[in-house]
Design a protein around this ligand. Structure first.
Ligand code: COA
Length: 177
């Protein structure tokens, strides 16, 4: 599956992406709110090797990367968590190299992927889980019209401490509007 927007190609992750991904995923400004932090390029390779070959496999995270069309540069990644077999819901998470933030690329990619989830895969509901301190992500999903549905208190154990977790959601029928 390959998606295209005005400025981006969104395609499945490949092993050859490992160096570009390591560059920003090992950046402390980027991983501040992320659970997975690669220590070496080999960690990224191992991660890529575990990604399912098919999209929409129950109980897996499928991984896409974002390529800036103009420069053919890998600028970030977008993961989609597919829930159980009968569960028409998905969770998304997006990470951009800091040199490519603040240009609207994450919004552009997420919009396209959500269109795909609702229209091509007929998902019913898409959610995202965000640390309450992650202001950029909150601005992004609120701008896209996601609804804040939950603020769980110390529900998530990350990097040795319990942190709060916000859940934002969008229904297919809301997205159409
Ligand atoms: C979450 C993350 C991807 C958001 O990146 P972002 O650059 O803020 O989001 P976008 O790419 O959609 O850019 C939107 C910003 O660019 C600005 N912008 C500039 N040019 C733009 C354009 N042509 N079109 C749209 N927006 C533009 C917008 O005004 C907006 O700025 P604002 O948030 O200050 O209002 C990024 O902060 C990140 O990678 N964080 C680290 C990883 C992480 O925590 N991920 C979330 C896990 S849930």
């Amino acid at each position: 599956m390959i998606l295209e927007t005005e400025r981006l190609i969104i395609r499945p992750i490949k092993l050859e992406d490992k160096d570009s991904i390591f560059e920003y995923r090992s950046d402390k400004d980027i991983y501040k709110y992320l659970g997975w932090i690669p220590e070496t390029v080999d960690d990224v390779a191992a991660f890529i090797n575990k990604v399912p070959k098919q999209i929409n496999e129950p109980e897996t995270w499928y991984q896409l990367v974002l390529i800036e069309k103009q420069t053919e540069t890998l600028i970030g990644d977008l993961g989609i968590h597919f829930f159980g077999k009968e569960n028409q819901q998905a969770e998304i998470g997006c990470t951009l190299n800091k040199h490519f933030q603040q240009k609207g690329y994450a919004s552009e990619a997420i919009k396209k992927v959500i269109d795909y989830l609702f229209q091509s895969l007929n998902k019913h509901r898409v959610i995202t889980s965000i640390d309450p301190d992650n202001k950029k992500s909150i601005r992004l999903v609120e701008r896209m019209g996601f609804r804040k549905e939950a603020h769980f208190i110390e529900s998530f154990y990350m990097k040795g401490k319990w942190v709060d977790d916000l859940i934002y959601a969008m229904l297919k029928k809301e997205w159409k509007k």
